[in-house]
Design a protein around this ligand. Structure first.
Ligand SMILES: CC(C)=CCNc1ncnc2c1ncn2[C@@H]1O[C@H](COP(=O)(O)O)[C@@H](O)[C@H]1O
Length: 229
């Protein structure tokens, strides 16, 4: 299936061309961003999620693979422990975690994002929001989650993971737990953080300890419990 590319709101906002049209409409764009914050806060406050875990992970995870099964298991175990689950609402690992949460009967949230090639929200989401701006959506992830699990993923997952880590490190948010699921996938990154970043003095040795790397979903869920409000 070939998807038609469209220009997104984020793209307009970040366009460096600064055309006349942009200058005239800049203020209105701010209103649009503001409205997106209001709608996000309104919807998620009304949803009464309780303790929720943000699950990050690849949009490209194959539904037939073991990683997808792992995502379902993770969502289910988080649900059984009483957590709501918040994902990006897309396909792959996000869909798997939403599916597991839905199986466990807990609230399954999808913070969808407008992308040039729209894929649509996955069918296992029961509380849906659609954002135009990545940065507004990230605020919602951080405000309504009390811990994060990252399944294997690409740049999007890295972006979300490192945003969360930076906010914990700089004490902008509480010390919420972060678990990286899959030692084969994440081990190399964490080795590099320890062997290169720490050695070069770019982060402190304790900063690496902000991450739990595990293959054991029960251990990850247990770790998430330390973030309970
Ligand atoms: C197949 C495809 C391109 C679908 C994109 N559809 C998406 N829908 C919702 N969130 C997304 C999407 N792509 C990336 N993200 C965000 O970025 C992360 C995944 O990016 P990546 O695949 O690891 O880099 C997710 O945790 C999600 O929050």
């Amino acid at each position: 299936m070939s998807l038609k590319r469209r220009v997104t709101a984020d793209e307009h906002l970040l366009d460096t061309a600064h055309s006349e049209e942009w200058k005239q409409k800049a203020a209105w764009r701010v209103m649009k961003i503001q409205a997106e914050f209001v709608e996000g806060f309104d919807t998620l406050e009304a949803a009464e999620l309780g303790d929720a875990i943000g699950v990050y992970g690849s949009a490209r995870t194959n539904v037939d693979g073991d990683e997808y099964k792992l995502g379902i298991e993770l969502g289910r175990k988080l649900g059984e422990a009483g957590f709501s689950v918040i994902t990006g609402g897309g396909p792959g690992a996000m869909e798997a975690a939403n599916r597991g949460a839905a199986d466990a009967g807990v609230k399954s949230v999808g913070l969808g994002i407008e992308l040039p090639f729209e894929q649509g929200i996955n069918p296992y989401v029961d509380i849906q929001l659609d954002f135009h701006y990545f940065f507004v959506r990230k605020v919602m992830f951080l405000k309504y989650s009390c811990g994060f699990c990252a399944l294997p993923g690409g740049y999007g997952t890295m972006d979300e993971l490192f945003e969360s880590l930076t906010l914990v490190q700089t004490e902008k948010v509480g010390k919420f737990p972060i678990a990286l699921i899959g030692t084969d996938f994440w081990g190399g990154l964490v080795d590099w953080l320890r062997d290169v970043m720490v050695r070069e003095g770019k982060i402190g040795p304790d900063d690496v300890n902000l991450l739990l790397v595990t293959d054991d979903l029960d251990e990850a869920v247990e770790h998430m419990k330390s973030g309970r409000k």
